[in-house]
Design a protein around this ligand. Structure first.
Ligand code: CUA
Length: 396
């Protein structure tokens, strides 16, 4: 059937306009773009993508030029006899077999090199972080620093980081697009018989300070879409200060047995050695110890005598629960509920009252409603909730 060119032309003229509009949409400041990596890990993947993209564009251009030539040069003309048929052109078959094979080989070399690079062994002085996925939040542990946090974590720029990925329940996927990835969190903790190769990791060095958002990239249940995380990349000095803030109160916990031992040791020299440490550790951290009589102090007291502490931990307090996210430094987080809502007083109050309203499926009870896993309601009054929310937001 002959092409009705008169009708096609206006439509064809629209194509560049549509294409330019679509491409313009890609140039905005998107926080989860993979095209502006801030690690060498992300950069090698981006470079690989760009290289493959250029190759495919070259192939596309050649194919289109030949196609257009054939369409116009051999288009059907009035009263034209049918063209002769050809069979079994050996040269053509060799060319169209060899051509793609060479292209695939050219793509395979940098691809394999990139795969090996992103799975390389970390250097011995790399900062180790455990990213443990839970339904539906992220736990971040710094085993060498004694710091535990959730959903929002901090890393220094310019230092190699080795993030070990695991899961406490089902399969999740760690993805912060500007860092690189994505990579699976296998449920290694609940299946200890799995071989160690199943522990995935990401090794990278961040080159630019900033805030990088990410999320779970594998469907993991009803609240999968609200399983976000945020990474703050800061200078090494700021990182050290953050570590001090996060674990300062925790030293009280660690030092307590030391102080007891010192007391038992009686008049030995150990006492003098241990005493200054215990005194320093017992000095209240401003975050964990609000001013007496304040709403925050009231909230702290309510928090510590409620069932909150069955699931949540706050460094420097008796709260040691590990089922839910650690709340140390909660007031510095960008969101409540792993990205459910911005971290404002009103939202934190709404969250404590009935988290199901903000994040259906969340495994946390409300003040009047039990959690989906049967954990009973907390029974906190509206006044209690306001005080607890103020206390949590005071933890910086
Ligand atoms: Cu975790 Cu999706």
């Amino acid at each position: 059937m002959p092409l009705r060119t008169e009708r096609v032309r206006p439509l064809a003229a629209l194509l560049p306009i549509v294409a330019v509009s679509l491409l313009a949409a890609c140039s905005g400041d998107y926080p989860q773009t993979t095209f502006r990596p801030v690690t060498e890990f992300g950069a090698v993947i981006n470079d690989l993508f760009a290289g493959v993209f250029r190759w495919t564009m070259l192939v596309l251009a050649v194919v289109w030029i030949v196609l257009l030539y054939v369409i116009f040069r051999f288009r059907s003309r009035p009263n034209q006899a049918p063209p002769p048929r050809t069979h079994g052109n050996a040269m053509a078959e060799i060319l169209w077999t060899l051509g793609p094979a060479v292209i695939v080989a050219l793509i395979a070399v940098p691809t394999i090199r990139t795969v090996f690079f992103t799975y390389r062994e970390p250097s011995p002085d790399a900062l180790v972080v455990d990213a443990i996925a839970h339904q539906w939040w992220w736990e971040f542990r710094y085993p060498d620093l004694g710091v535990v946090t959730a959903n929002q974590f901090v890393l220094p720029v310019g230092r190699e980081v080795h993030v070990r990925l695991s899961s406490a329940d089902v399969l999740h996927n760690f993805w912060i697009p500007r860092i690189g990835g994505k990579r699976y969190n296998y449920p290694v903790q609940v299946q200890p018989d799995l071989p160690p190769t199943k522990v995935n990791a990401l090794t990278f060095t961040i080159s630019e300070p900033g805030e990088y958002s990410g999320q779970c990239a594998e469907f993991c249940g009803i609240a999968h879409a609200i399983m976000r995380k945020r990474l703050l990349a800061v200078s090494p000095e700021e990182f050290d200060a953050w570590v001090e803030r996060m674990r300062g109160p925790a030293q009280e916990v660690a030092a307590a047995p030391a102080a007891e031992q010192a007391a038992q040791a009686g008049e030995t020299g150990e006492q003098e050695a241990a005493a200054p440490q215990a005194v320093a550790a017992a000095a209240p951290a401003s975050a964990a110890e609000p001013a007496p009589g304040s709403l925050e102090a009231q909230g702290r007291e309510i928090f510590l005598r409620s069932t909150c502490i069955a699931c949540h931990a706050i460094a420097g307090t008796p709260a040691r629960g590990t089922i839910g996210p650690a709340l140390t430094g909660f007031g510095s987080r960008w969101a409540v509920g792993a990205g459910a809502r911005p971290n404002t007083l009103e939202n934190v109050i709404a969250w404590i009252k009935n988290p199901q309203d903000l994040k259906p499926g969340v495994l946390m009870p409300g003040t009047q409603t039990a959690a989906p896993n049967g954990f009973p309601a907390t029974g906190l009054s509206d006044e209690d909730v306001r005080a607890v929310a103020a206390y949590l937001l005071s933890l910086k």
